[in-house]
Design a protein around this ligand. Sequence first.
Ligand code: MSP
Length: 505
Amino acid sequence: MNTKRNKFYITTPLYYVNDEPHIGHAYTTILADVINRYYQSIDYDTFFLTGTDEHGQKVQEAAKKNNITPIEHVDKFVKRFQDTWKNLNIKYDDFIRTTEKRHTDRVQEILNDLFKKGEIYKNEYVGLYSVSEERFITEKEAEEGNFREIKKLKETNYFFKMSKYQNQLIKHINTHPNFIKPESRKNEILSFLKNKLQDLCISRPKKRLSWGIELPFDNDYVTYVWFDALLNYISAIGWKSNDDQFNKYWPADLHLMAKDILTTHCVYWPTMLMACNIQLPKTIFAHGWWLMENQKMSKSLGNVIKPLDLLNKYGADALRYYLMKNMVLGQDSSYSYESFVERYNADLANDYGNVVNRITILIEKNFNAHCPEPGNYDNKELEIITKAKAIPATVDKNMKNMKIHDALESAFSLIRLINKYLELKKPWKLVKENKDPKSPAATCLYLSAELLRISALLLKPIMPSKTKITLSALSQSDIMSREFGQLIPNSKIKSPGSLFPRIEE
Ligand code: MSP
């Protein structure tokens, strides 16, 4: 049998290593992890990349302030991201740092290639420069007022002929409906491209900034951080150093990020790839922002939530669930501790926790901790089975359409269905009448446990650790099939205790 598996390559942005990881960074990374685990669960050959952006002015300044070298500084700070991802149960395949040789070598090769091909040229430029954003901005951008510390700068620099690719890019966007998602973001980029595209300044003179990748053709300059960082998406999977891996995974299936870095990903990145004759990624998806009291979270506003605070108290799964459930992909969402507690208590402590406890405890007590054998199903049960059998397909459809919170809703509808069924049948009463194999009590508890098994599999990408506990409680950690009827009667069942203790405030 020819069983070539589909591949799926997903990336997060490379976070600025200086920043303290907060809920915004955690969101994108958890989202990528959830999507990646989902594709794994349906047998795709997946590759999930994240990492840190480690060059630039801010790192240079921070290191100087702390009296250490920039590399000592980034080596120290990268751990905050790596530890956070570990604690959030993020299972990435690779973590790339832009200071690694496997990356810097590739960036220099590309720069050399492009310079030789005449895609990069030297020019004197006078323009408005935003110190905080570390880039030249247009008059229009300056007027819009979103940039800080603007000064006029006259400098000789190297430029990438980005403007040359304007029409090709517009054409690509128009002929590839999935290239920029959601639709509103695509329109934003198309309207940005109505203005004439400028060439991109890709160098910084060393006298102003030395912490960067040296231009291979002029050692008075380093590479502009964005030109350097974007290339991680191909350097990490072995562009020009491991062709097999690169050819297997490129083009990326999904570059995930928030809307703040849409232009760099939808304009700079594709034109860079065009100049290199490399295929463009399939989808660039920009989600909304997590807001605190309706403002974007940021270090300078001092309103960031440290995910670790919630994590240490309530566990990774609860935080993962909350973040996935409370943001409609594409829209902004407001974080509040109250909304977290409400969500946790209603969905996790009540719905999920109760279902697991009820089923496992009843089986433990009444069937000697072994899965009972079901008899014939009555009409109500057949109806429930029909409903339940349709749920995995709805989850698949929603996941593939990036409707993660709808997928979650569908998976949770199965939990609610089990709870309703238990209320209807009252197995705690039935067991008092008859506990024989194939009795109504045995049938009800078998069916409930089987539906619980399926719902745990559907929720596994979002809550990997609590669903693992649930599946082990049913002795089913090895059976990955979402088909109805896989739970083996007589297998051992053991109550896992309280999975999500209620938060009492
Ligand atoms: N270093 C660049 C990216 C280079 S990619 C080649 C960068 N880094 S960043 O640390 O600022 O990360 C930005 C990303 O972090 C956003 O696009 C988003 O994925 C995530 N978020 C940061 N704050 C966020 C919110 N408040 N809400 C949602 N996501 C947020 O830009």
